[in-house]
Write a protein that binds this ligand. Sequence first.
Ligand code: SF4
Length: 363
Amino acid sequence: MTVAKLDFELEKVKRVIKERGVSVAGIQLPDGLKRFGTEIASEISSFGVETVISGRSCYGACDVDVQLLELVDVLFHFGHSEFLVSSELADETTGERQESATRLLRKAAERCERLRSVIQERCIFLECRALVDVKPVVAKAAPLLRSNAVGLVATVQHAHSLEEARTTLKNFGKYVVAGKGENGCVSRPLGKMRAKCEGQILGCDFSAAASGCEEILLLGSGKFHAEGLSLYLGKKVVVADPLSGSVEEVTPKRLMAKRMAVTERASDARRFGVLLGMKPGQFDLKAALEILRLARRKGFKAYLISMDEVTREKLLAFDVDAFVSTACPRLAEDFYDFKKPVMTPLEFGVVVGERKWDEVFRF
Ligand code: SF4
């Protein structure tokens, strides 16, 4: 099935169902693709399988619906690629578990282990690659790129078209500087949130982007990835959307000013809520406990608050002056205009005098 120029890979779904003898399948889609859920369910049901569509929000591969996963034989998670789990990090987790004296950390490590194995075993990620010609939009974006050396990255839907984009840029006299593919990603007990494909970025993994150039061309949609990338690298990003044909420029100055304003507002805070994200790929108790200890060492009050979906309504219920989020590292940006400051752990470090600003835009 190919809808809206996206490949939902239903032949692969059919193969998995047959090979695994699936009788009940879960379907999970990001909010932007949920409208295709019923059509996909009809197609999958025609293979003789009962289906359940996840109604929960879904922002990334970090956000697998594990409650639904427990009920079904297999969960088809559309729109994201799996994130890579490094064995090095798994060893770290084991070490943490052995050394930790606290019951909380032991339990957390057990939870991560359980989630990691059930996701690897029963969740199938389908990337929903865009089936469009990227040449026209790259040609439209090229005049906005002033330097000859540019970085080139894509979200997962367009990662397979990077070579075509590179050739098009070459025709405009530009050459592509490749990223090193290291650092620039978030490490969590469940595994490193690493993008799977070459040249692919995630909202929390920009390691595919080159730092040795002035500008970056991103194949993707919306501003979420472009703004994160621009903040992270401190560079101009031109985002070209092969699906809509739109081209837009994002620069870091205004974004950085927004983040500085948030920490400025937090400078009088005395009581901090430390958010512990309970979504499988966002859970980071170790980081949350570090924030808690740091806050208390500095003479502040700090409270650990667990939360699955973080919303404004939920945050308003808590009697604290500011929040520090250890969940999705991009969450604080969504809350920049919230009545109480919501910060990343690094921004909190600046507020309590442990870090300098130039360290903040590195995850
Ligand atoms: S940026 Fe946030 S929502 Fe996106 S993959 Fe990373 S943790 Fe998940």
